[in-house]
Design a protein. Structure first.
Length: 171
């Protein structure tokens, strides 16, 4: 059972590229919604959303990888993923703004190659591998390396502050 699930990937579009995330890390897919701006965050972190009472930081993947902000449209989604290891060792939910979600694919391990050492338009340390498909490659994201330790620390502090503010306002 785990072998089958481990090879399942949610695929989505960012810019001209198709990306994939291990399905076990995906918690849910939301229609794009208003993101509350948080001061002093990097440009690729436009803010946070309230997800059933939980503050979830949101990352604009297009801005992070290509330095090009994505203008949301009707196909834009926020994919809620669980980052396996954050700064304090706990898991952390992050929303990824993606242009459109494609499908869930089963990709056999034999079809996954290591990331290239050159020639990619994004930093290869963000990738866990590349899956060859008839239409080209699917770039498989490494969620642990998507953000630096400093960025994760800033996100956790922002989430904690926003959680504190919303809970103290509720009183």
């Amino acid at each position: 059972m785990s072998n089958f699930e481990d090879n399942q990937y949610l695929t989505f579009k960012i810019g001209e590229e198709t990306f994939g995330i291990g399905l076990l890390n995906v918690k849910e897919i939301l229609e794009y919604t208003h993101v509350t701006t948080v001061p002093m965050m990097p440009s690729f972190i436009p803010g946070v959303i309230n997800l059933r009472g939980n503050v979830v930081p949101v990352l604009d993947v297009s801005d992070k990888f290509f330095k090009k902000k994505h203008s949301p449209d009707k196909r834009t989604c926020i994919v809620i993923v669980e980052v396996p290891e954050s700064v304090n060792g706990a898991r952390m939910d992050i929303g990824l703004i993606v242009e459109s979600v494609y499908e869930v694919l089963s990709i056999p391990s034999a079809e996954i190659e290591p990331p290239p050492t050159f020639g990619s338009r994004i930093r290869v340390d963000f990738l866990s591998g590349m899956a060859r498909q008839s239409s080209g490659f699917i770039l498989l994201l490494n969620l642990i390396r998507l953000l630096t330790v400093e960025e994760l620390t800033a996100l956790e502090e922002t989430r904690d502050e926003a959680t504190h503010l919303t809970s103290s306002n509720a009183v």
